[in-house]
Write a protein that binds this ligand. Structure first.
Ligand code: ZN
Length: 209
């Protein structure tokens, strides 16, 4: 919403319904666990213009001490590298955000991935560079959390044909792995955030039955 330092109370005061405020990637991670039906550990990485994430421990969000856990988009993967929306250089986000495709080629994701299928050399080089940097980020997450890393967000809808390449990059960058099957695509590629936010109300309703 491009808002900073606005009290949440100010935003929700005029809404005449029960309101639940949650980070979008945390809601998405929660929904991912819910739909999978597994009380498992999982790192959810949301690949949209902003790259976010969340950490789920046994199916429940781990928020951290200051409600800032899982900000995977701002892990530094290239010191001094590309400028990030957060103002720092070298974060994961500017390397793997669809914004990078917009800025470089001015095409939609449909057009970009169609071009990759047709072996447009510039598009292929960009995609492989994005996947290489994504693999670095995934390996950093795996090193810390030792759990599944699930890729969601609208960019992830295009990644199935390239998942094996991404897994190869991950595998080659992590000496502790025998396979990279822990890198998975979301089972809810669309509308996952509102599903996750809605779960709060569902949980309260079930508890009150
Ligand atoms: Zn950043």
């Amino acid at each position: 919403m491009n808002l900073k330092n606005v009290q949440m109370e100010t935003l929700i005061r005029g809404i005449p319904y029960p309101v639940y405020v949650e980070n979008d990637a945390t809601a998405s991670g929660h929904a991912e666990c819910f739909v999978r039906g597994e009380k498992e550990n999982l790192a959810y990485l949301s690949l949209e213009y902003g790259v976010g994430g969340s950490v789920m421990i046994a199916g429940e969000p781990y928020s951290g001490d200051d409600v800032k856990s899982g900000e995977f988009g701002h892990i530094c993967i290239e010191p001094g590298g590309l400028l990030c929306t957060c103002g720092k250089h070298g974060c994961l986000e500017p390397y793997i955000s669809p914004r990078r495709i917009d800025a470089a080629f001015g095409v939609s994701l449909d057009e970009f991935f169609k071009g990759v299928e047709e072996h447009n050399a510039d598009y292929e080089a960009m995609l492989y560079d994005m996947l290489r940097h994504l693999a670095i980020g995934i390996n950093n997450i795996r090193m810390v959390l030792d759990c599944k890393v699930v890729l969601g967000g609208f960019l992830s809808e295009y990644l199935q044909p390239y998942l094996h390449i991404l897994r190869q990059y991950v595998l080659s960058g992590n000496p502790f792995l025998s396979d990279a099957d822990f890198v998975q695509l979301s089972v809810v590629p669309r509308h996952i955030t509102p599903i996750g936010a809605g779960l709060s109300f569902i949980r309260d309703f079930v508890a009150g039955v």
